[in-house]
Design a protein around this ligand. Structure first.
Ligand code: NAD
Length: 505
């Protein structure tokens, strides 16, 4: 089939019937002509078709990125110039904020409030890395007299970036911003369920002045395109966000070429409410901690531990507020929970809830699919609270990735730390207490990359985000992330007055 090509100067209309992939600064159709449909999960209806990349297309994207890295100008730009382009990306995004929010809601079913927060953070990400890269530098190291040594930081090369569906734009921004700030080239593979805003972000990059080939987007199957990128000899690094099983598979395959990797994986994060917590703040924060983004967050606080002295009062308030949460039209400002991403994910959630019932747990509220008026064909699940659980239950041990929280009682600090750590994951965690000493003690003993103390929020640009244990490794969103897109080169020179002759011959 004829390849249709169109160099990207401007993004143009964001709402389209079809989205091409982006290779070497151009909108490109699949070499096989294949497309796939993408949905509005809130309504279960098709909203657009997407060019479906195959291995040949992935190869073209890698070669474009390789060419841009090896022979292009981006990495050679003065750092201030790269920073200006990142700021320009942020400016364009800000000027088209409402359209970006609309596209994110349409393709993910999330509530407009959640989408606004996430698009805003995506913009701030580019601004953050525009600032961070300007101050990022190597070091002059201590050496014996006559020798001079400095650490020269160089971009790592071509980066494959593979992202999930739960925060489509934000995950793309978390990946692209530090990589291009560092001078790398990128091939990004969005999740098949939510490719639209990553494609638009790539287009915005070109409108802002990112040269051709520096950012490329190849929507397609993880097993085909993702796998191809991970194994490719010309790809220097893989940055992956997604589930723990896929992360393990990627780590194994990337080891064949010893690629640099960062893995941001799943979680089963504890939310601990001590007896001295501010009750209103703890209820509100715990509610947000699990139900934001309809529970489809890697750091969702999905295992709640409540001290026995306040358990009854806390649970009464928590359940009452859970029942007040609004679902339905994601574009309504008052909507708290949008839809589930797909029918398949809805079935996964229901499978876990059913398993909890079979295992003898109690469904305190929710527990089934729902059909909001006007959205009956979409994928919706009631905000669900499960009590009377035991640590061995599937619903307690495994990531559900939906609006479902399990609640356990505890007696004392030592015991709850042990129980909170009783999981293979280690991403987020939250502590609710007025006792600063206890907060610090517990924070330092929790095996997780993120501890929120009396805070419903887990991340801002600048805070390290990433996991312990099987939640992965590497930190995103922070200054140090730049180092994960760079190599440290040691440059060692001799400046003594006499030539050296170490062999003495
Ligand atoms: P997933 O692992 O199924 O897919 C993630 C991405 O990997 C997709 O783009 C997919 O196409 C691709 N992929 C799938 N198989 C592949 C393979 N064999 N080789 C290469 N790529 C492959 O995850 P998902 O269902 O899209 O997302 C949900 C998961 O993501 C949850 O486990 C969640 O906790 C995790 N997540 C983690 C973070 C974090 O920062 N730690 C953030 C968001 C989501």
């Amino acid at each position: 089939m004829e390849m249709t090509k169109e160099a990207i100067k401007q993004v143009g209309d964001m709402k389209r019937e079809h989205y091409a992939m982006i290779i070497n600064g151009e909108r490109v159709e699949s070499s096989s002509g294949s497309t796939f449909e993408t949905f509005n999960p809130a309504k279960g209806e098709v909203i657009a078709t997407i060019a479906k990349a195959n291995e040949e297309d992935a190869e073209k994207a890698v070669q474009a990125a390789r060419q841009a890295f090896d022979h292009g100008k981006w990495r050679k730009y003065p750092v201030g110039k790269r920073a200006r382009v990142l700021n320009k990306i942020a400016q364009i995004m800000r000027s088209r904020f409402d359209e970006l929010v609309e596209m994110e809601v349409l393709n993910s079913g999330k509530s407009v409030g959640a989408a606004q927060v996430q698009i805003n953070q995506s913009i701030e990400d580019f601004e953050f890395y525009a600032g961070a890269i300007v101050g990022h530098r190597g070091e002059v190291n201590n050496m014996p007299y006559g020798f001079f040594n400095y650490t020269h930081k160089e971009p790592v090369g071509v980066c494959a970036q593979i992202i999930p569906w739960n925060y489509p734009m934000m995950m793309a921004a978390w990946k692209i911003a530090p990589a291009i700030a560092a001078g790398c080239s990128v091939v990004i593979k969005p999740a098949s369920l939510t490719p639209i805003t990553a494609i638009i972000l790539n287009e915005i990059c070109h409108e802002a002045g990112v040269p051709e080939g520096v950012v490329n987007t190849v929507p397609g199957s993880g097993a085909v395109v993702g796998d191809y990128l991970v194994k490719h000899e010309d790809v220097n690094k893989v940055a992956f966000t997604g589930s723990t099983p896929t992360g393990k598979d990627i780590m194994e395959k990337a080891s064949q070429t010893l690629k640099r990797i960062t893995l941001e994986l799943g979680g089963k994060s504890p939310n601990i409410v001590f007896e001295d917590a501010d009750m209103e703040a703890a209820v509100a924060g715990s509610l947000f901690g699990i139900f934001f983004n309809t529970g489809q967050s890697c750091e969702a606080r999905s295992r709640m531990f409540v001290h026995e002295d306040i358990y009854d009062e806390f649970m009464e308030k928590f359940i009452e507020k859970t029942q007040k949460l609004q679902t339905g039209n994601p574009f309504n400002k008052g909507t708290h929970l949008g839809s589930i991403i797909s029918q398949e994910q809805l079935e996964v959630i229901d499978f876990y809830v059913q398993s909890a019932i079979e295992d003898g747990a109690t469904i305190a509220t929710g527990g089934k699919p729902m059909y909001p008026e006007g959205f009956e064909d979409g994928y919706w699940y009631e905000p669900t609270v499960i009590t009377d659980v035991t640590p061995d239950m599937k619903v307690v041990q495994e990531e559900i990735f939906g609006p479902v929280v399990v609640v356990e009682k505890f007696k004392d600090e030592k015991e709850v730390i042990k129980r909170a750590n009783d999981t293979k994951y280690g991403l987020g965690s939250a502590i609710w207490t007025k006792d600063q000493g206890r907060a610090t003690r517990v924070a330092h003993q929790i095996q997780a990359g993120i501890v929120m103390v009396n805070s419903p929020f887990s991340a801002f640009p600048g805070t390290p985000f990433g996991g312990y244990k099987q939640s992965g490794f590497g930190r995103e969103l922070t200054v140090e992330t730049l180092d994960l897109y760079m190599e440290d080169k040691s440059v060692l020179s001799y400046y003594g007055p006499k030539p050296l002759n170490p062999f003495g011959v």
